[in-house]
Write a protein that binds this ligand. Sequence first.
Ligand code: NI
Length: 213
Amino acid sequence: MRNKTIFGLMLLLLCACTGPFTQRERLIIGRSQVPMYVTTVEADSAFLRTPSADFGPAELASPLLDTLISMMMGTLRHPSQDGVGIAAPQVGISRRIIIVKRYDKSDGPFEVFVNVKIDSLLGAVVCGPEGCLSVPGLRGMVPRHEQVVVSYYDRALGKRVSELVDGYTAIIFQHECDHLDGILYTDRADTVFVNEAWLEERAAFDYSKPEWW
Ligand code: NI
């Protein structure tokens, strides 16, 4: 009887370790609510500095990925965040997935990019203002390229595709892909300053880390 119990426990543990997504990722996706807890430089610096991994084939086909996407989307668009882009490390998942508001398309849809990377930086370097959900209360002036070529895995087509993006949307891609490489805009900024309006606007919301996190 005791042996059976131990065998059962070992089997459970094996399943927990070998399924798509790590145990930690499944905990975060399973227990989080919208808005998800957003990692910050104050509380989660080492995590934000960790480069993200690609999703494997089993994860790309998993309904858990759809759950993660819808929760990231809900977090990005929640009044407490209200951003133009988000990367998975910002919700505690070290994987190459971002959401970007497409200012280069009519109606500016939010689009999801999986296993995304920037292949080329093109055009002139321009300096513009940026903020980040993970660097609360600050903004900075950051030099970025005007155009990028991004490539990603298109789940509907079942293959990698690439795209030339320009303007402000190209800036968002650079900011979000930097997160996947453990880089924050403050690393690249010429100047960083306190965003008083943000501090006032966001004072009403609770950004604390859940106990289980
Ligand atoms: Ni950011």
